[in-house]
Design a protein around this ligand. Structure first.
Ligand code: NCD
Length: 329
C-alpha cells in the first residue's frame, strides 16, 4: 500500500461480526490502534481512562457463560469513559418469550450505541446488525466466530514476534500457527483461521479426527491428527478448550487417550522450536488440553492475551463509534 493510501485508510463499518468479511487492512487498523490504548491501561500515575466514548452507552448482552470476554468488554468501555449496562439474561424478558429483536428495540429506545452480544446460535449477531442502528459486536455466536478473541490473539502474536525479532514493524507474514484440540466446536479456531490467513500466517489445525470438521482445509489451513507434525516448526502453539457443552456425544474414547495424544505439556512441546509460545483463549481445562506445568510456565502468554484483550476491544469500540462516516451531531 502506498503512503497516501495508508493515510487515507478509514474505518467505515458499523459492526464487528466476524473476521471473515474483513480485509487485511481492516484487521491491521484495529491492531495498529491498540498500542496507544494499551498504554492507557498501563499508566502508572494519573487516570486509566480516555474520553473517546464519553456519553456513549455500551450494553453487554451475554446468553452464554463468560468471565474474560464480558469483563474485558466492560472494562474496555469504562476505560473509554462510556456508560455500561449489563443485561442479566437469566432474569430478562427473554425468559418470557420476547424475541431478540424486540429486546434490542427496547434497549435502543434507551439510546444504546454499542451492543456486545454473545449467543449460542451462529448468525445471531449478524441478524441484529442488519436490522438495528446500534453498532453490534459479536462476542461469540455458537461455533461460528469470536472476532475480538482472534484479534487479541493476533495482536499478542505480533507483539511477541516484534519483541523476539527486535523489529517494531514485523508482521505475521510467514509465521506458523498450530491450533490444537476441539476445532469442530471452536469459534475461536474459525476466527483465528480467517484472521491469521489474511495477515499472511500459515495455519495448521490438529485434533482427533472426530474434532476436525470435514473439509476444514477449504478455509486455507492444513489439517492433521498428529500432534508432533502440527507443532514441528510452529512459532505459536495454540491450545483450545475441549467444548464438552457443545458436544452431543463424547467424541473421543477417553480423557486419558486425549491427554496422551493431544495434550500440550513439556513432553509434547519438545517437538516445537525453542522460541515457540503457547496460547489458550481460556477457560482452561487444567491438565486436559494443557498441563499445569505449561499453563503456569514461562512459555505461555495466556495472561498477556487477557491484558491485550482490553486494549484491542477499546480499539474496536473506538473505531466503530468514532468512524468518520458516522454522524455524531
Ligand atoms: C472462548 C469462547 O467462549 O469461545 N473463550 C473466551 O471467549 N475467552 C473459548 C472457550 O470457551 O473455550
Amino acid at each position: 500500500m502506498t503512503a497516501a493510501a495508508e493515510q487515507s485508510r478509514v474505518w467505515t463499518r458499523k459492526d464487528l461480526i466476524g473476521l471473515e468479511p474483513l480485509a487485511r487492512e481492516d484487521i491491521e487498523m484495529i491492531l495498529d490502534t491498540a498500542p496507544q490504548l494499551l498504554a492507557v491501561s498501563q499508566r502508572e500515575s494519573g487516570i486509566k481512562k480516555v474520553p473517546l466514548l464519553q456519553g456513549r452507552l455500551v450494553v453487554n448482552w451475554f446468553y452464554e457463560p463468560s468471565t474474560r470476554t464480558r469483563t474485558s468488554f466492560e472494562l474496555a468501555a469504562k476505560r473509554l469513559s462510556a456508560d455500561t449496562l449489563t443485561m442479566n439474561v437469566s432474569t430478562s424478558s427473554a425468559k418470557k418469550g420476547e424475541t431478540l429483536h424486540d429486546t434490542l428495540f427496547n434497549i435502543e429506545a434507551m439510546h444504546s450505541d454499542i451492543v456486545v452480544i454473545r449467543h449460542g446460535c451462529a448468525g445471531a449477531a449478524r441478524l441484529l446488525a442488519e436490522n438495528h442502528p446500534s453498532s453490534i459486536i459479536n462476542a461469540g455466536d455458537g461455533a461460528h466466530e469470536h472476532p475480538t478473541q482472534a484479534l487479541l490473539d493476533a495482536f499478542t502474536m505480533r507483539e511477541h514476534i516484534r519483541r523476539s525479532r527486535q523489529d517494531p514493524n514485523a508482521t505475521l507474514d510467514g509465521v506458523r500457527v498450530a491450533l490444537i484440540g476441539d476445532i469442530a466446536h471452536s469459534r475461536v479456531a474459525r476466527s483465528n483461521i480467517w484472521g491469521l490467513k489474511k495477515l499472511g500466517a500459515s495455519v495448521v489445525v490438529c485434533g482427533p479426527s472426530t474434532l476436525l470438521p470435514p473439509h476444514i482445509e477449504k478455509l486455507g489451513c492444513d489439517a492433521t491428527t498428529k500432534l508432533k507434525e502440527a507443532i514441528d516448526g510452529a512459532d505459536v502453539v495454540y491450545s483450545l478448550r475441549i467444548q464438552l457443552e457443545r458436544q452431543q456425544k463424547c467424541l473421543f474414547p477417553t480423557m486419558r487417550e486425549y491427554v496422551r495424544l493431544f495434550r500440550i505439556d513439556n513432553e509434547s512441546l519438545k517437538a516445537a522450536p525453542p522460541h515457540a509460545i503457547v496460547m489458550h483463549p481460556g477457560p482452561i481445562n487444567r491438565d486436559l488440553e494443557l498441563s499445569s506445568e505449561v499453563a503456569d510456565g514461562p512459555r505461555n502468554v495466556i495472561l498477556e492475551q487477557v491484558t491485550n484483550g482490553v486494549a484491542v476491544r477499546m480499539a474496536v469500540m473506538h473505531l466503530l463509534i468514532n468512524r468518520p462516516a458516522f454522524d455524531t451531531a
